[in-house]
Design a protein around this ligand. Structure first.
Ligand SMILES: Nc1nc2c(c(=O)[nH]1)N[C@H]1C(S)=C(S)[C@@H](COP(=O)(O)O)O[C@H]1N2
Ligand SMILES: [Mo]
Length: 317
């Protein structure tokens, strides 16, 4: 997604998948040898929990955890797909608090513990479609965003929800130095009715664990499965209810390429590539890479199409 890339920056978005997979196979081989030494770190992760099957979950094959935690976009930690896994480990996620402000009756700064106290964590196995043309199937652990928003009592004048990610250059190498790929903080936004939709969740964990790896947006990130992945903002520290459409990072950088809505839509191409098909991470590589058709609203049309009734989805990309 990077649009202005100085020559010294690794071309992460155009790294052929085959290169990534070859690296991965190599790593898998090494992992076999190193299996014994990785046991302590596995044990350190939060214990897997059983979750009731949610009707919104897909039963498609889940992407390997190793892929979902090593092939990431999180530009605060660098623009290469491997950078977040390499650099996000030291991020301090406790204590953590989220300020909720703007057009609400009960503005509050809530610690993560405050946020989690009244909610029931559940598993949601969702497709994730990145605007770059790849996809995964990820078993998130989280709760409906609507639960948190209702708690602060949005006013009638609130029409949009704006989100911001942490700014902490000391722990986020992508926020330091001469070239910074994005203006910080990373910002995203939803229309209030989109934010209240039961498919929109705040995730705190994945793969049966109640905590997220830092590279996936710990300790709290948005997941909006019918929109391109960049809408699913990570490591959230601020949520504001506002009256007008809030500025969002990728739209601000390249308005003609990334719209506010960014609903997954195979019929509306990105100006520089087709959105008709996608590469499911883990399904073949290089010449043998399979592409599968991209589904309208990423396959969630039955649930969300009515949010956009009467809207021109080409104009509102
Ligand atoms: N703060 C922040 N959130 C972000 C991003 C980012 O660079 N910074 N990248 C986005 C993009 S482009 C995608 S595809 C998803 C990737 O989520 P994953 O790494 O957990 O698969 O995170 C999104 N959220
Ligand atoms: Mo993305």
């Amino acid at each position: 997604m990077l649009i202005r890339r100085p020559p010294d920056i690794p071309p992460s978005e155009i790294t052929p998948h085959s290169v990534y997979l070859r690296r991965r196979e190599l790593l898998a081989g090494l992992a076999g040898l190193a299996a014994f030494s990785t046991l302590p770190s596995l044990a350190a992760r939060a214990a897997p929990t059983a979750f009731a099957k949610n009707p919104f979950s897909t039963d498609e094959t889940v992407t390997r955890r190793e892929d979902a935690t090593s092939y990431n976009n999180f530009y605060e930690f660098g623009t290469d797909k491997a950078d977040p896994a390499a650099n996000a480990g030291p991020l301090t996620t406790t204590p953590w608090s989220v300020s909720i402000d703007g057009l609400v009756a009960k503005p509050a700064t809530l610690t993560l513990e405050d946020i989690l106290k009244p909610v029931t964590l559940e598993e949601r196995i969702y497709r994730l479609r990145c605007v770059e043309g790849w996809s995964m199937v990820i078993p998130w652990v989280g709760f409906p965003l609507a639960d948190l928003l209702r708690r602060v009592e949005p006013l009638g004048s609130a029409k949009y929800v704006a989100f911001e990610t942490l700014v902490r250059p000391a722990e986020m190498p992508g926020q330091r130095g001469l070239f910074q790929p994005l203006p910080w903080p990373y910002r995203e936004g939803l229309r209030l009715d989109e934010a209240m939709h039961p498919l929109a969740i705040l995730a705190t964990g994945m793969y049966g664990e109640s905590r997220l790896p830092n590279q996936n947006g710990a300790p709290l990130r948005l997941v909006v499965p019918w929109k391109y992945g960049f809408k699913s903002i990570k490591s959230i520290v601020r949520i504001s209810l506002v009256e007008t459409q809030p500025p969002t990072t990728w739209k601000a950088l390249a308005d003609e390429e990334y719209g506010f809505y960014s609903n997954v839509n195979p019929e509306v191409d990105h100006p520089r590539w087709s959105q008709a098909t996608e590469r499911r991470i883990g399904e073949g590589s290089g010449l043998f890479a399979k592409r599968r058709p991209t589904l309208m609203f990423n396959g969630y049309g039955e649930q969300v199409a009515q949010l956009y009734a009467g809207m021109d989805l080409r104009a509102n990309y």
